[in-house]
Design a protein around this ligand. Structure first.
Ligand code: 8Z2
Ligand code: NDP
Length: 270
């Protein structure tokens, strides 16, 4: 595993779930991390955990929907670590609702966090990279329904698709600054946020599991590991792409052969 010593990264939504796992993974590789989110408590918990493990972390509260708050968070990270090598756009909001019942404000809340929030953070960080003449890597966490679509999550699917288009556009536009942009598309991942927003009932969990050929949820740590890979120099020639890690979910269920229920896989995340 490559060392990321001396590097400094920002992770939005870094206090919980995939973001927290990513922050801890980056810190374990020697990087400094700034974790950003609305609630102070989970951010402080992760920053304390990083410090307990001998790393350095900054917890900064900001709503990614607010460009001024994002600017302040990026300035605080620059002041503290003197450089920014990468950003993980991980903050998101989501809930399942029939599209015809979605209110204008419900649409706005999710699209603002996922699409506008990603732009606010991406543009603020890239400007610092360009000003300081440093290469960088930006990874956005999306979902496979950005291209398959998914009934019940029209706001999130539309916003994540926008993030894919933003990533591809900027990968070309900012290649001259050696700034790489990629996406990671995890399948259903065992986190508290997704658990309560998307599969609160056992029946929903069973339905989600039945849609995944590998028959298990992803673990937040294994997604964090893939994000770390795209941030690192091992991925120095990868830009404008999406790395899918969904246990085969977006390929669809099989029709022929033995029933998938008997494929023997363990349902626990790795
Ligand atoms: C199973 C398949 C998986 C299978 C698919 C598997 C792949 C999953 C891929 C993606 C997974 C994820 O993103 S998981 C990430 C999950 N994490 C989170 O969602 C954490 C953050 N969430 C939030 O902050 C909130 O949930 C969110 C609503 C988005 C934003 O909060 P705010 O405080 O800004 O907004 P609020 O004021 O509470 O609400 C704004 C409006 O949204 C409406 N609203 C809020 N919750 C609502 C709900 N459940 N149903 C209808 N409408 C809702 C409110 O009524 C408001 O509209 P009005 O009443 O009209 O004013
Ligand atoms: N879990 C899954 O199955 C899948 C998840 N994903 C994606 O992975 C990412 C992480 O999701 P997951 O870890 O499951 O969920 P979580 O709910 O744990 O993470 C979401 C994080 O975003 C933060 N956040 C939400 N809104 C804002 C905001 N306006 N400003 C700043 N921070 C905000 C939250 O903190 P706070 O509330 O304190 O602000 C929270 O830490 C998301 O992009 C999600 O769409 C993709 C596919 C599958």
């Amino acid at each position: 595993m490559e060392s990321l010593a001396d590097r400094a990264y920002l992770v939005t939504g870094g206090g919980t779930g995939i973001g927290a796992a990513t922050a801890l993974h980056l810190a374990a590789l020697g990087a400094s991390v700034t974790v950003i989110g609305r609630r102070e408590e989970p951010l402080k918990k992760i920053a304390d955990e990083v410090r307990r493990q001998g790393g350095d972390a900054l917890a900064h509260t900001a709503d990614v929907r607010d460009p001024a708050a994002v600017e302040a968070a990026v300035d605080a990270a620059m002041d503290r670590f003197g450089r920014i090598d990468g950003l993980v756009n991980n903050a998101a909001g989501n809930f399942v609702t029939p599209a015809e019942k979605l209110s204008p404000n419900g649409w706005r809340a999710v699209v603002d966090i996922v699409l506008n929030g990603t732009w606010n953070c991406t543009s603020a960080v890239a400007r610092r990279m360009i000003e300081t003449n440093r290469p960088g890597s930006i990874v956005s966490v999306i979902a496979t329904y950005a291209w398959t679509g998914h009934p019940g999550t029209v706001h999130s699917a539309a916003a994540k698709a926008g993030v894919v288009a933003m990533t591809r556009t900027l990968a070309v536009e900012w290649a001259r600054y050696d700034i790489r942009l990629n996406c990671v598309a995890p399948g259903p991942t065992e986190t508290e946020g997704a658990g309560s927003a998307l599969w609160a009932e056992q029946e929903d969990r069973d339905r989600v599991l039945a849609s995944v050929p590998l028959r298990r949820f992803a673990g937040a740590a294994e997604v964090g590991d893939l994000i770390g890979l795209l941030l690192s120099d091992r991925a120095a020639y990868i830009t404008g792409t999406t790395l899918t890690a969904d246990g085969g979910q977006s390929l669809g269920a099989q029709i022929y052969g033995p029933p998938l229920e008997t494929n023997g896989a363990s349902p626990s995340p790795r």
